[in-house]
Design a protein around this ligand. Structure first.
Ligand code: GLU
Length: 265
């Protein structure tokens, strides 16, 4: 069965770019006679907030989207991600990293990437995926890792991201692992999301291979640009969907606005 999903993190209000992702996933599922799933990626309790979660439901319903209930909330499944992390540890493809990244903003301002790590002892390590060990484990299959992007075959090259963290020190799990588990658990056949996550696909395809999970088809869409040609982003304070609604725009106006907004990969 065709199944797409929209998987927001409740770390801010949805903006026009999120509406574009959600509408594309929803309308593609409908045109295929399939199912559209909403999933809340709320593992990061340091950044997720209940009002943002409530606003996601409100905004999407207002846009005219519908989805099966109950909605999977990743925070309710931490044990599953921990079990997958254990599986990967047993495969010998993870290593403990006791360094920690200083505050992101501080790091960005004060030091180039790589220099912003401090060693704070072995207490709670982060668990990182070793590409070298993964290659050893998969043998020849490593070089054959692939996925389809808008129906075209692409080779997966996990080296674009290097050794990523799969188990964060603070919350035990990390995005790449949780997303792979849930895309498989929910039988997602096509991952439709913004092009900002295209590179993540390389790593996620590798994790799927290591855990023996299927690789969905992928379709990354172009990103909406603001009037200065910059990508919309929650952290840059892009105008929230709910503010357009307060201004009196209708869901059809939002669709028209998305269509008229310049986009780039
Ligand atoms: N939760 C991610 C985000 O809000 C999206 C995950 C995905 O679509 O793979 O950026």
């Amino acid at each position: 069965m065709f199944r797409s999903r929209f998987a927001p993190s409740p770390t801010g209000y949805l903006h026009l770019g999120h509406a574009y992702s959600a509408l594309t996933a929803f309308e593609t599922a409908r045109s295929q006679g399939g199912e559209f799933i909403l999933r809340l990626e709320d593992i990061d309790h340091t950044r997720c907030r209940p009002p943002y979660e409530a606003a996601i439901y409100d905004d999407l319903a207002w846009l005219g989207l519908d989805w099966p209930r109950p909605v999977l909330r990743q925070s309710a499944h931490l044990a599953d991600y921990a079990a997958a992390l254990d599986t990967l540890k047993h495969l010998g493809v993870l290593y403990a990293d006791t360094r920690t990244r200083k505050g992101e903003a501080e790091a960005a301002l004060s030091a180039p990437q790589g220099e912003a790590m401090v060693d704070d002892g072995p207490a709670t390590p982060a668990w990182k995926l070793s590409l070298e060990a993964a290659r050893r484990h998969l043998g020849g299959r490593y070089d054959d890792l692939s996925f389809t992007e808008h129906g075209e075959d692409r080779r997966a090259d996990p080296s674009v991201n290097g050794d990523v963290v799969l188990g964060r020190k603070d919350i035990g799990v990390a995005y790449h692992l949780a997303v792979v588990i849930d895309d498989a658990r929910q039988g997602i056949s096509r991952v439709i999301r913004g092009h900002d996550l295209y590179d993540a696909t390389h790593t996620q395809v590798l994790i799927q291979a290591l855990l023996g999970l299927p690789t969905p088809h992928y379709a990354h869409h172009a990103l909406l640009l603001d009037d200065q040609g910059r990508r919309l982003a929650k952290r840059k304070g892009s105008k929230a969907l709910r503010d357009y609604r307060q201004d009196g725009l209708t869901p059809d106006d939002i669709r028209a606005l998305i269509a008229a907004t310049p986009k780039a990969l």
